[in-house]
Structure formats: C-alpha cells, structure tokens
Design a protein around this ligand. Sequence first.
Ligand SMILES: Cc1cc2nc3c(=O)[nH]c(=O)nc-3n(C[C@H](O)[C@H](O)[C@H](O)COP(=O)(O)O)c2cc1C
Length: 187
Amino acid sequence: MPRKNIGAKPYIMPMPVMMVSSYGEDGEPCSMVAVWGGITNEKEITITVAAQRHTLKGILARGAFTVSMADVENEAACDYLGITTGNKVADKFEKSGLHATRSEFVDAPIIDELPFAVECRVKSYDEETWRLVGEIVNVSLDERILGEDGKVSFDKFHPLAFDWMNKIYLSIGEKVGDAYRDGLALR
Ligand SMILES: Cc1cc2nc3c(=O)[nH]c(=O)nc-3n(C[C@H](O)[C@H](O)[C@H](O)COP(=O)(O)O)c2cc1C
C-alpha cells in the first residue's frame, strides 16, 4: 500500500489522558485534561499546559499538582473538565460530579474516583514553551485496581487513550505480549 504524508501534526497514537489537578485560590480543587505530555525521566513528568489554564494558576501558586489517569468509568466527567474552564465556571470541579482528597505528599488534590494518581512537585514552568515539569514524589493507587501480585491489573483498571486525529477516547487493556522478552526471539 502507498503511504500518505499528512504533514507536521501533533500526533502520536495513542496519547495518555491525564487529569492535571491543583487547588485554586479559593482552596477548591480544579482539574483539566492534558494529552500533550508524558514521563521524561525516572522521577519526572513533562506536560504542555497552556499559560491561560485556570488549573495552572493553582499549580504555580502551590508548587504542586497531581496527574490522575482518566478512565472509562469517568469518561464524561473527565471530558467535561477538559472543555470547561475554571476561569469562567467557578464550581467546575463540583459540577463534574467528581470528588477529591488532599494528597499526603504535595499540596494538591487527588481525584477520589480515579484509581491511579501521580503526585508531583513543580520543578519548572516555562511561559514560552508552556512546558510544566514535575518531580514525581509518589504514585497513589486505589487498591481496587491491584492484582494479587500487588501490581496494577488491567482487568480492573481501564484507562483512556486519546486519538487526536479522530478526537475520540479509547479503552485499552488487552495484553498482547511481554516487554523486553518477545523481541528476544529475533536476536
Ligand atoms: C482531549 C483534550 C486534550 C487536551 N489537552 C490539553 C493539553 O495537553 N494541554 C492544555 O493546556 N490543555 C489541554 N486541553 C484543554 C484543557 O483541558 C481545557 O482548556 C480546560 O478547560 C482547562 O481548564 P482550566 O482552565 O479550568 O484549567 C485538552 C482538552 C481536551 C478535551
């Protein structure tokens, strides 16, 4: 089949759906969707957060944020947080129907309904590139998504993936192989 060149686009497939959360000036939780980002070092996460985001104000004021992975069960609530801004809707988080509890490690909220959260201290934010870099200080897992071996079980955890081209959320989870092992057959 011939290949098609579609130009320079911000696409990788799939993208993670990260709920970036902080406390606003009023002390209430705020949260937004971000798909432009990922792990950039052993204890580091980098996310492109546009300077005008309400959630960013809280992140910078308190030097902290959390990243919860959006899941199938809470897809509409998560999308709502990505299409509504706290700059205009003060009780946005409450309207989402989600709830939050303060992180034990950083001054930021963890979304109760989302079982996988990464707690971060702000390392840097660049106004020009919009790059927010966080130091990961803890990963908080709801025990309900853990298997008997203590690891996250994708039978129990259903994170969303994002397809920017079609603007759709997808469910992931089926195991198809073993990393660092299946390639050994070709050595
Ligand atoms: C699927 C999706 C992906 C998004 N990815 C990003 C992103 O990577 N960075 C960003 O700054 N905003 C992103 N947004 C937009 C914010 O989530 C959105 O502007 C949100 O309303 C900001 O809320 P706030 O102003 O209350 O913080 C995304 C929104 C959606 C729906």
